[in-house]
Write a protein that binds this ligand. Structure first.
Ligand code: NAP
Ligand code: MG
Length: 492
């Protein structure tokens, strides 16, 4: 694999109106290389003054971006995709260094990023309204119009990919955007915003305010002049954003993670399933909202399946992202400590760590891939999102019990069924409470498929054509064409 040695600046500014702008605070935060724990650059801490400038700029840009012809809008969005594709090596190297993930996973994320722009670009000139037949006295039609300024707050697990997941559909629908990336992983977002400009996107259509949730995120989501909010992250922050959004009656799209069950039956092919499960939980060191962090396995194959997964994991190479290991470090020291706390909580509750559970003897924020057996579904490690390389294994006796355990969580993002029984697969797909169900595979969602949560896992859908619903509102136009004027009463 070709490795790219890129140089980083000492300090990164905000990106407002197509330009790098220093923060009003004149304060900066270090960003760390999770593989070493060393700081290698600083990012600007924006505050409400910078947020206000970014939102004002986005508002001005919206007035003209909304009227750019759909054909041209689509072409610019397509060019952004091309620019990202041309810069994919550099972007992957940035992600690898700043977030810590293995290089091949960083490349896959960036491929996803340009795919979003490519995919949505073709939609720009197909956002059709409807003609509604209401009788001979009235012509009636609908428009699908952009909301205006979209505020987007992204987390640290897939920074570049999630920038594209929200920004591409927002732009194609005619909105402009202000993005607040997570402070741990800001650099790919700044690079992507620059690429948008280089591809010909008008100044102010995409702006980036960096810093913390408190300094920049909170002022952004409560700004009175934003029109819609897209947030990916924890349930607690999502709830707080929703409460603030209520003050200004701003719509929210929330993607808030999961506690996703993989349900394995004895007729599933064992080796293949073990590989799928290992990938489903240990990709990006488990920092994936759709990860399979609860393995529900039929008691007849429990030991055999678990042995196979353990033997895969015991062969894992763990190391810095640029060496493209099987698993890299966690994204921050704080998050590593949170994961270690969960491991302690699991042990204390009586779950059995049959592999891992420790910190490897090396610098950086590494935690061994960890598998707990003897987990009861009411334990905290089976109910709370750990967001790390920790698999909780729960044994079940029959399909009914499996379904009940699978659904016994406040979350409902993804779920998987491993079986060769097609009837059972369809039956469970219907009753599993999750926005995305995978059968005999994991991570089955693509650019084109809708993705989002049931229950506390979120509101609205990202990806696919359904994501456009977060960025378009419907206007109905009624025109009287009667010869003598036909006033009607409300509600008629
Ligand atoms: P988080 O607090 O939800 O943070 C996500 C983003 O929101 C960050 O950019 C954060 O900035 C910002 N933010 C925080 N408070 C805000 C507020 N009041 N208004 C606006 N923006 C705000 O998540 P975290 O603390 O980084 O991670 C905690 C847990 O969240 C993880 O362990 C995991 O369970 C979950 N998580 C889920 C996903 C997912 O994909 N669904 C992704 C990441 C994390 P600051 O970091 O500066 O506060
Ligand atoms: Mg970092």
């Amino acid at each position: 694999m070709v490795q790219l040695d890129i140089s980083f600046k000492e300090r990164y500014s905000l990106f407002i109106s197509g330009e790098q702008v220093p923060p009003s605070t004149d304060d900066y935060l270090p960003t760390y290389d999770p593989a070493t724990g060393n700081s290698f650059a600083e990012i600007a801490i924006a505050d409400s003054r910078d947020v206000d400038q970014a939102v004002t700029t986005a508002r001005t840009a919206f007035e003209s971006w909304r009227d750019v012809s759909p054909e041209k809008r689509g072409r610019i969005v397509h060019r952004i995709g091309r620019r990202i594709r041309d810069s994919a090596d550099e972007l992957a190297a940035i992600e690898c260094k700043d977030q810590g993930k293995p290089m091949s996973q960083a490349r896959s994320d960036i491929r996803g990023a340009w795919r979003y722009f490519e995919y949505y670009s073709g939609v720009a000139d197909k956002l059709e309204g409807r003609s509604v037949p209401v009788g001979s006295d009235q012509v009636d039609y609908t428009f699908r119009e952009p909301y205006g300024v979209s505020a987007q707050v992204t987390p640290w697990n897939f920074p570049g990919n999630l920038f594209a997941r929200g920004v591409a559909p927002a732009l194609v629908a005619g909105n402009t955007v202000v993005v607040k990336p997570a402070p741990q992983t800001t650099l790919s977002t700044l690079k992507l915003a620059e690429l948008c400009s280089e591809a010909g996107l008008p100044d102010g259509a995409v702006n980036v305010v960096t810093g913390t949730g408190e300094s920049a995120g909170q002022p952004l989501v409560s700004h009175p002049d934003i029109d819609t909010i897209t947030f990916t992250g924890s349930v607690a922050t999502g709830q707080s954003i929703m409460q603030h959004a209520a003050d200004t009656v701003t719509p929210v799209t929330l993607e808030l993670g999961g506690k996703n069950p993989a349900v394995v039956f004895p007729d599933a092919p064992l080796d293949q399933t073990a590989e799928s499960i290992a990938t489903a939980i240990f990709t990006n060191a488990g920092q994936v909202c759709s990860a399979a962090d609860r393995l529900l396995v039929h008691e007849d194959i429990h030991d055999r399946l678990v042995d196979r997964i353990v033997s895969i994991v015991d062969e894992y190479e763990i190391g810095p992202g640029n060496a493209d290991p099987d698993m890299g470090p966690l994204a921050s020291a704080e998050h590593r400590d949170r994961v270690l706390e969960y491991i302690a909580v699991g042990k204390e509750a009586g779950a059995k760590p049959i592999t891992g559970g420790n910190v490897p003897d090396r610098p950086g924020y590494f935690v061994e891939p960890t598998i707990f057996t003897d987990v009861q579904n009411e334990m905290r490690i089976a109910q709370e999102e750990i967001f790390g390389p920790v698999l909780s294994v729960i044994s079940f006796r029959d399909e009914k019990a499996a379904l009940s355990i699978a659904n016994d969580t406040k979350y409902g993002l993804t779920a998987g069924i491993f079986t060769n029984d097609i009837t059972r697969a369809h039956r469970l797909a219907r009753y599993l409470e999750a926005g995305n169900v995978y059968v005999n595979k994991w991570f089955g969602d693509t650019t084109q498929t809708p993705f989002g949560g049931y229950k506390s896992s979120g509101i609205g859908r990202e990806k696919g054509l359904e994501a456009l619903d977060s960025y378009l509102q419907t206007k109905n136009v009624a025109i009287d064409i009667s010869a003598d004027g036909s006033g009607t009463l409300p509600g008629a």
